[in-house]
Design a protein around this ligand. Sequence first.
Ligand code: FEO
Length: 399
Amino acid sequence: MITKIAENIYCVGAVDWNVRNFHGYTYTTARGTTYNAYLIIDEKIALVDTVLPSFTEMLLNNIREIIDPSKIDYLIANHAEVDHAGAIPAVLEIAKNAKLVCSPRGKSSIGRLYGEHFNFMTVKTGDELKLGKKTLAFVEAPMLHWPDSMFTYVKEDKLLLSNDAFGQHIASSERFDDEYDPCITMDEAAKYYANILLPLSDFVIKKLEEVTKMGIEIKMIAPSHGIIWRKEPGKIINAYAKWASGEALPGILPEVLIVYESMWGNTEKSARAILDGLTMGGVRANLYGLPQNDRTEVIKDLMSAKGLIVGSSTHNEDILLNLAAFLDDVKGLKPIKKIASSFGTYGWSPVQAKNSLNAKLKTTGMEIVESDLFFKWSPDAAELQKCVEFGKSFAAKIK
Ligand code: FEO
């Protein structure tokens, strides 16, 4: 499907309606995704980014509806990851004289991933490429989210082709933010930020400051996944600034997450009692049992929360595996400005789960609130009351 997004600029990528996992199963994509590629027609013709290799024919057929792909003069590769660069060899097999434009680090990544035989033209921040009436300006964006990442800015249209940044995994027939549910778009953008960009927030803050200093006026942001920000590009820029600084967007989001894994429901009893205490203490809190809940979604909610309380049954002198994997994920994503605590149950190994949970929480960098909520077999009435009281005191800390 082709969509004209500006005068002589077309979205010619592909919609992947059925993909449900991304990045090697580390990210769930319940709404599918798109691989947006942009064709710019001028005296010289440029294609900005490509698609996942399995969608190559779709990309080429979309291009053929506008021009003969052999006439492409420049293939701009903003990023070397396979979902955007995977069709480079096929496109350049047809557009034999095209130059492959990328950052110096892009040349290195593309060389390793797809071959070193292309007609490379490396660009850095501030470089421009005149196509005719339109001018492309390049802004390197290292670690947003790979070292090679780059933005391409079409000066005359004030259009930022931002690649992964500002994207969302949404498959849809609609291309623009004013055509699609704004809550879903922002929710998927938050999930994308939390699961991909969160540990790179310092780079995001610096890049936003740099782009502001450069005085680049942005009328539209066209990312390489999902919906194009045409109505309110400032909305997603402001959201990135907030997420990068550890702040939540205004809205009704949980302030505390209780994430637990319970073998026979006894740890869950404590989880529910802590939840009661948090609610009595006046904070919004949600329970997330694992593995029933989608880890990618829990991470999204964690980004906007102020507190995390984790609980596990004891198993083989340690915590249960799904919770362990969740905490390893959190460690890598480095959420900031959060406090955390723990709870659990045991049969005959009284300290192992507690020690393991607290050791893992320590690696996340969160401020730890010590608790005494590890109970033998199953919490009794007095112990459940202790959980309630703990919930209230945790709520007071959050407030
Ligand atoms: Fe970093 Fe959408 O690829």
